[in-house]
Design a protein around this ligand. Structure first.
Ligand SMILES: [Fe+2]
Ligand SMILES: [Fe+2]
Length: 469
């Protein structure tokens, strides 16, 4: 197991103390990061003590420590999963060769780009969520928001370490720019469109962590397959933290659903707004929105970049080694969705070019699992939530210039305009949801639009003082 230096200025298990130059470079980036956190992290509670978990090792058991800490004092560190002895490249043209411990010259710019795009999303989500702390539905939820935020900050550290360690001057410049681009900034926006939209309310936050953090899971899982071993080990550890972010989304929506069902049963009506709840049709519109914008993050159905990244060994498929094909995909083909002849159909494409679609398929199957769980609660009132068709509300790929209904019908412009208020959140929906957003700060108390969690954090009771106010 790698040795963890937990008391260092930058906690790490990468032997930072042995590389003075790198250590100095990262220690000079650290104050810029803290400054960014104070300027663009959570808009309040920076001086309050929050019950947070901090990574202290990478082992299966006890990798995290729990305790009250002020967020600016959080111990953001650099943690790579332990190396796999004699790890071999599992796919692409270098299949079977030893994994790379350094960056091959010919893939330098592609790898740097992958790190920068991934890294940019991490601080972007903190910026998007910065005002949510003013309206948390409970201090349990407030703590979970802050946990997600500090870990997204750590994920930035993870990418910045790789940039500093392996990309010299260019890498240091890229690391600085991570703190110069800002979500929604008109001059220097974040790289991906979805990360420039604010997360306006807690319902959006729960759907964001369910759908958009899950895109992050699939991107990280395919980078974990990378031939570039330090990237693989970095992503491996990031995925441990990412699981909590999706838990926040899955249980958050689950609690909203539970509250809605409770109100429906008590008042014997589907219209729960008069009682401060969120009705199922509105939940469906929010789900449609967040699911469809997250599907865009996987890119077009076919992509030369995706094919090149795979062939080069930079980015694999989800769980590459569990697959039973040749892991090169030179001759393989698959069907991808398309719009032709006035309808939705498929076309045959080289599997190598269609890797975005393959990753999107894996993601969709994963998304469905949580929806199925919410539907077990909704079954009590004979309702359900449905995942919208993959072509619905898409801005990227084959469907971008077409209108597709949530149930998968190609519709004309007039039909779309006449129906869209039933399919996507309306201005009235957003106003209503906003009207529900009031901070609840007494330990154990919950806002009226969601049920309490079934358990607290790390075996603490639900009414524990997760944030000392
Ligand atoms: Fe992240
Ligand atoms: Fe995340």
């Amino acid at each position: 197991m790698t040795i963890v230096d937990i008391d260092a200025k930058i906690p790490n298990n990468v032997g930072l103390a042995e590389d003075r130059r790198l250590q100095r470079a990262l220690e000079s980036w650290q104050p810029k990061f803290i400054e960014w956190w104070k300027d663009l992290g959570p808009v309040a509670f920076q001086d309050n003590e929050v019950y947070l978990r901090t990574a202290i090792s990478v082992g299966q058991e006890g990798w995290a420590n729990f305790g009250h800490v002020k967020m600016p004092d959080y111990r953001w560190g650099i943690f790579l999963a332990d190396p796999e002895p004699d790890r071999r490249i599992a796919f692409g043209d270098h299949l079977g060769a030893p994994a790379w411990q350094d960056v091959p010259g010919e893939y330098r710019s592609e790898l740097r780009r992958l790190l920068v795009v991934q890294g940019d999303t991490e601080p972007a989500s903190v910026e998007q969520q910065r005002s949510l702390c003013l309206t948390a539905p409970s201090i349990y939820d407030l703590r979970n928001l802050f946990q997600v935020n500090v870990e997204e900050g750590r994920h930035l550290w993870a990418m910045v370490y790789l940039l500093h360690r392996y990309f010299g001057r260019d890498g240091r410049d890229e690391a600085d720019e991570m703190l110069e681009r800002h979500s929604g900034d008109s001059d220097k926006p974040r790289i991906l469109g979805a990360f420039n939209e604010p997360t306006p309310d807690w319902l959006s936050f729960f759907f964001f962590t369910y759908f958009t953090d899950r895109d992050g899971k699939y991107q990280l899982a395919s980078l974990r397959e990378s031939a570039f071993d330090p990237l693989s080990r970095t992503c491996d550890f990031m995925l441990k933290e990412e699981a909590h972010h999706m838990f926040v989304g899955a249980t958050g929506i689950g609690r909203v659903v539970q509250r809605t069902v409770d109100l429906m049963q008590v008042h014997d009506t589907a219209d729960v707004a008069p009682f401060g709840g969120i009705d199922v049709a509105m939940l469906q519109r929010y789900l449609n929105f967040h699911c469809s914008v997250s599907l865009d993050l996987f890119g077009a159905e076919t992509s030369t970049n995706a094919a090149n990244y795979y062939a080069a060994g930079l980015k694999g498929r989800f769980q590459e080694e569990r697959r039973t094909d040749d892991h090169r995909l030179h001759d393989a083909v698959r069907e991808v969705p398309t719009v032709a002849g006035g309808g939705l159909t498929t076309r045959s494409a080289p599997a190598l070019a269609a890797l975005n679609e393959t990753l999107r398929d894996d993601y969709i199957a994963d998304c469905q699992k949580g929806i199925d769980r919410w539907n077990r609660t909704l079954a009590e009132v004979g309702l359900e939530l449905r995942r919208p068709h993959v072509g619905f509300n898409r801005a990227v790929g084959a469907f971008r210039d077409h209108h597709v209904s949530p149930d998968g019908r190609l519709v004309d412009d007039a039909t779309w305009q006449a129906s869209v208020d039933g399919w996507l959140p309306t201005a009235d929906d957003r106003t209503y949801v906003e009207s529900l957003m009031h901070a609840v700060t007494a330990p154990g108390k919950m806002a009226g639009w969601l049920a309490g969690p079934s358990t607290g954090v790390h075996a603490k009771p639900v009414d524990y003082e997760y944030v000392r106010i």
